[in-house]
Design a protein around this ligand. Structure first.
Ligand code: SF4
Length: 75
């Protein structure tokens, strides 16, 4: 439990990127992490790149993408 506050003091900013050439639109990422990924026109889109910091599901989505289409970049 915490120190409270701290907004804007993230050490590592996780930024998910979807390779649309690999994405088949299977929907795994949206199911696992709907705050960040959403299927639009059959492809996964990152609707909230900063959502990873609080939703904490981007890595699971990346690991469970059967096409390896999601990469997480850390700033
Ligand atoms: S899990 Fe991978 S292949 Fe499936 S919709 Fe998401 S990015 Fe596309």
């Amino acid at each position: 439990m915490g120190e409270g506050g701290g907004e804007g003091e993230f050490i590592a900013l996780m930024k998910p990127v979807v390779d649309e050439n690999k994405c088949t639109g299977c929907g795994n990422c949206e199911a696992l992490c709907p705050a960040v990924f959403q299927l639009i026109d059959g492809k996964s889109k990152v609707i909230d790149p900063e959502g990873c910091d609080f939703a904490n599901c981007c890595e699971a989505a990346a690991e469970n993408c059967p096409e390896g289409a999601i990469t997480i970049e850390e700033d």
